[in-house]
Design a protein around this ligand. Structure first.
Ligand SMILES: [Zn+2]
Length: 176
């Protein structure tokens, strides 16, 4: 899988991200392509981009890598790609796995993205009490997630649907 190196506005290397995330950053005008794979392009509808090997953020960001990213509701939605942890549909709310009424806190490991329907159904109960199952376990954000949060990029909705099928084509054209 192609990875793209992300440089800070000051040219200092920050992290690597997937090609998909790199394209999101460029399309959202958060970053410019510094180096591209020769001959490879992402092509779809109105977009024609060189496949980025290195991108540079347009501004300097302070990213607390190797440290814990501060918890936020928006951060949980970005981490979970706006997918409900209980049903996989579009999530717009945050659910406390252990409800606040039972001592649950605002932490990465105790919160998941949830659709409002499931959030309402679960109410002030644990998943076990509500007879609901988490499709995946909550986790601390990776450095790449922390980077997206720091530059204000949106993971879901950042990439037009019509571009998604184009990315594997670009990947399959890459030299092994
Ligand atoms: Zn749901």
């Amino acid at each position: 899988m192609l990875r793209t190196l992300v440089l800070n506005g000051s040219y200092e290397p920050l992290s690597t991200v997937s090609l998909r995330r790199a394209v999101v950053l460029v399309l959202q005008q958060k970053a410019d392509v510094e180096h591209a794979h020769p001959g490879l392009r992402v092509r779809a509808a109105s977009v024609d981009l060189p496949v980025p090997q290195v991108i540079r953020l347009r501004r300097y960001v302070k990213v607390p890598f190797r440290q814990r990213a501060p918890w936020s509701r928006r951060g949980v939605l970005v981490r979970d790609r706006h997918r409900c942890a209980y049903c996989g549909r579009k999530a717009t709310t945050i659910d406390h796995v252990l409800p606040r009424s039972q001592g649950g806190q605002d932490t990465w490991l105790n919160t998941v993205a949830a659709c409002s329907e499931d959030n309402h159904r679960k109410a002030d109960r644990t998943p076990a009490q509500a007879g609901m199952r988490l499709l995946s376990q909550p986790f601390e954000p990776t450095p790449a997630d922390a980077l997206l949060l720091a530059v204000g990029a949106q993971e879901a909705g950042g990439l037009p649907d019509w571009l998604v099928p184009a990315l594997p084509l670009a990947r399959s054209a890459a030299p092994a």
